[in-house]
Design a protein around this ligand. Structure first.
Ligand SMILES: *Cc1c(COP(=O)(O)O)cnc(C)c1O
Length: 428
């Protein structure tokens, strides 16, 4: 395939946008080459600026769970836009989507809408600190909660004591309040909690991790976190920005039957427009301004266009629960086909999957946390990525990302993808 116009557009973009992109992972830095510029998309397909058609396994990093330019969502936005795009005053649709979300997600009474997943997680942590009157937080290595300072943390010299910044611009002062634990390692969490008795406000976690590949929690891990939190007056925050309204109508809380204290959302909840949200029981949410003292605000929060897209999306998912079954079946089919193709060519690999999330790791060991995910062979991944691209299949340009399955994919699309994997595997 030819990507001439994309490369020309990328050269222009780099003159006026840092690295030519508005979010770093789009830049192909970990796989090499120039990013592809999208012209339009419909259903399961992207159409790029060179006229290529690609089967899309990123789907805007999750939101387009029913495919691109999904008609009910597009129509809702068009109708809303004609009536004014922002007022900075309350609108009825905010209550409609809030009521629907509260009815779909277990264990929440109220929800506050923001503009991104980053904002949702940042605000959830502030709320947890305000509610518990404690300052430290625990996060897990390899989990992503957006780009706010408290989350850009790597293991410090003594991991049980405190973390250190992993981006210039994050202060040591901020880093010392974030403690870093290993995913799927309950004992590690217990040690950190014991070493920081009465100081931890919350544990924030992707209850199914999706930002180091797809890593489901091992049996008993989330249950154990729930118990540790209950025993130590710590709030458990499920970051369901990726998994919310994707793995089940009620997210991982519903799927695995575990209650979080605060839940954050993004991606699917906005139907492709910029939306994030955080939600909890009344007892916690009533601490938020203007009801309570914990401050949080946003000029464009609850924006009518964003709310109309989100409402149309959640309504479709709520009315058609069979979508989640269909998504899981398609993902299982893809898993089986990819596994057989890679096995046929003796390519060492591990595939992780849950619901409509799946990731392929070129690794001989089980991938259960950040360090085992990092053991995957990145050279093989790069060849795999570019090979699939040449065959019209677009997966995330990084070995640490999940593939997002959309219900717009047909079994014919999946067969084409599996055939492409077979062809590429012969060259690895
Ligand atoms: C994408 C993501 C975020 C950040 O959301 P943005 O809308 O990009 O700010 C936070 N947490 C998780 C789990 C995510 O996948």
């Amino acid at each position: 395939m030819i990507y001439k116009r994309s490369s020309a557009l990328f050269a222009e973009a780099q003159k006026v946008i840092p690295g030519g992109v508005n979010s770093p992972v789009r830049a192909f830095k970990s796989v090499g080459g120039d990013p592809i510029f999208v012209k339009e998309a419909k259903g399961a397909y992207l159409y790029d600026e060179d006229g290529n058609q690609l089967i899309d396994y990123i789907n805007s990093w999750g939101p387009m769970i029913l495919g691109h330019a999904h008609e009910p969502v597009v129509n809702a936005v068009i109708e809303k836009a004609k009536k004014g795009t922002s007022f900075g005053m309350p609108t009825e649709i905010e209550t409609e989507i809030a009521a629907l979300a509260v009815s779909m997600v277990p264990n929440i009474d109220k929800i506050r809408f923001v503009n991104s997943g980053t904002e949702a997680c940042m605000s959830a942590v502030r709320l947890a600190r305000g509610f518990t009157k404690k300052e430290k937080i625990i996060k897990f290595a390899g989990c992503y909660h957006g780009h706010s300072d408290s989350f850009l943390i790597q293991a410090g010299s003594g991991a049980v004591t405190f973390g250190s910044p992993n981006s210039p611009g994050v202060t040591e002062g901020t880093a010392k309040d974030t403690l870093l634990a290993e995913y799927n390692n309950l004992q590690n969490v217990q040690e950190i909690v014991t070493a920081n008795k009465n100081e931890i406000a919350c544990i924030i976690i992707e209850p199914v991790a999706g930002n180091m590949g797809c890593i489901p929690p091992v049996k008993g891990f989330l249950e154990g976190l729930r118990t540790i939190c209950d025993d130590n007056n710590i709030l458990l925050i499920f970051d369901e920005v990726m998994t919310g309204f994707r793995l089940a109508a009620g997210g991982v809380q519903e799927l695995l039957g575990i209650d979080a204290d605060i839940v954050t959302f993004g991606k699917v909840i906005g139907g492709g427009l910029p939306v994030g949200a955080f939600a909890a029981r009344n007892e916690i949410m009533n601490h938020l301004a203007p009801l309570g003292p914990v401050y949080q605000a946003g000029t464009l929060s609850g924006n009518p266009l964003a709310m109309s897209a989100g409402l149309a999306m959640l309504t479709e998912l709520n009315n058609n629960p069979e979508i989640f079954v269909s998504l899981a079946e398609k993902t299982t089919y893809l898993h089986q086909g990819i596994k057989e193709a890679l096995d046929r060519h003796d390519i060492t690999h591990t595939i992780n999957r849950i619901g409509s999330m799946i990731s392929v790791h070129f690794s001989a060991t089980a991938v259960t946390n950040f360090s085992t995910s990092a053991e995957g062979n990145n050279d093989t991944f790069k060849k795999f990525f570019h090979g699939l691209l040449e065959n019209g299949i677009y997966i995330a340009p990084s070995a640490f990302e999940t593939w997002f399955i959309t219900d717009a994919l047909t079994y014919d699309d999946l067969d084409k993808t599996i055939a492409a994997v077979d062809k590429v595997a012969a060259t690895l």
